[in-house]
Design a protein around this ligand. Structure first.
Ligand SMILES: [Zn+2]
Length: 313
């Protein structure tokens, strides 16, 4: 390795001289005939070559790492696509099921309306129409979510309707309980309601049901005992107030089973058949009164909840 100063160079450039370093590579043949070859290379070239080598190494290394990562990502991506397809299948079947549920709810709504119509209740047409601000953001983009929200709103509405029907049924049940609907005692009707000549000429204000002495007479509807005592012609009498202006009366008794103010249920024993008052033999004189006017009790002997309802208007 040699170095040399070039005086002209330093002089002309007028800067501090720099020593240029060189490397000499020699190729010496083993064969004696060959001539050795020497290669003189500046040191800068050598370091440049080393840097280049390091740079290439890093470049190749990083591309290997990068391509490995990339291929792994591709594998993941393929997996994601396959999963996404499976999810789409699930979503589609879910969508089908939601449509079926929605359809079932619509049928339910129709049946509910029919029932309300039959019962003479006001219609309960669905008022569910979701406005844009009621719809959640995901429902706006997803048909399934939207259908679900509609279904749940409709169900809430039907729940309210059912609650109304339940209340209606309970009112009807209580109304039926206080409507005379049974025989106070089973037996032959010896005398009907209305004008008659025997045994006394005049209007018969009830019906006479033949029975044996001491047989129990039962309340034909729930109510409160409003009178227990003797009445001219009627003898020992029990009267029950059922509300809604309706009363029943049981006469010619031999004895009482209730007292005034007592609550009685339909079918509860109120008195025992006798011969008190104007009577020719043991029977029960039974009256139904509406707003204190006697009406024909025959209409009230065998009623069910439907046939009873025509007396409620
Ligand atoms: Zn009578």
């Amino acid at each position: 390795m040699t170095s040399r100063l070039n005086p002209d160079y330093t002089k002309s450039m007028d800067i501090k001289p720099k020593k240029e370093r060189f490397y000499t590579f020699m190729i010496v043949p083993h064969d004696a005939r060959g001539r050795p070859v020497s290669l003189k290379i500046p040191a800068r070239w050598v370091s440049a070559a080393i840097y280049l080598a390091i740079f290439s190494f890093l470049l190749v290394g990083s591309s290997i790492v990068y391509s490995t990562l990339l291929s792994r990502k591709l594998v993941n991506y393929a997996g994601t696509i396959s999963r996404s397809r499976q999810q789409q299948v699930v979503i589609n079947s879910f969508s089908d099921k939601t449509s079926k549920v929605s359809q079932a709810i619509n049928e339910l709504v129709a049946k509910d309306n029919e029932l309300r119509k039959l019962l003479g209740l006001k219609g309960w047409e669905s008022k569910v129409k979701l406005s844009t601000d009621q719809i959640s953001p995901e429902a706006k983009v997803n048909k399934v979510s939207l259908e679900f929200e509609l279904a749940s709103a409709k169900l809430a509405e039907r729940r309210q309707s059912l609650e109304e029907l339940k209340q209606w049924v309970s009112v009807v049940r209580s109304r039926f309980a206080s409507t005379p609907s049974t025989w106070p005692i089973y037996g032959r009707i010896a005398s009907f309601f209305g004008y008659r000549v025997y045994p006394w000429r005049g209007v018969h204000t009830g019906i006479d049901i033949s029975s044996h002495y001491g047989a129990p007479a039962r309340a034909t509807a729930a109510g409160v005992v409003s009178y227990v005592g003797w009445r001219r012609g009627y003898g020992k009498t029990v009267e029950i107030d059922h509300g809604y202006g309706v009363k029943t009366l049981y006469a010619h008794n031999s004895n009482y089973a209730v007292r005034v103010g007592q609550r009685v249920n339909k079918g509860q024993v109120v008195s025992y058949v006798g011969m008190t008052g104007w009577t020719t033999g043991p029977h029960l004189h039974y009256e139904v009164r509406r707003w204190d006017r006697p009406i024909n009790p025959v209409a009230f002997l065998d009623l069910n909840i439907l046939s009873a309802s025509r007396f409620w208007r």
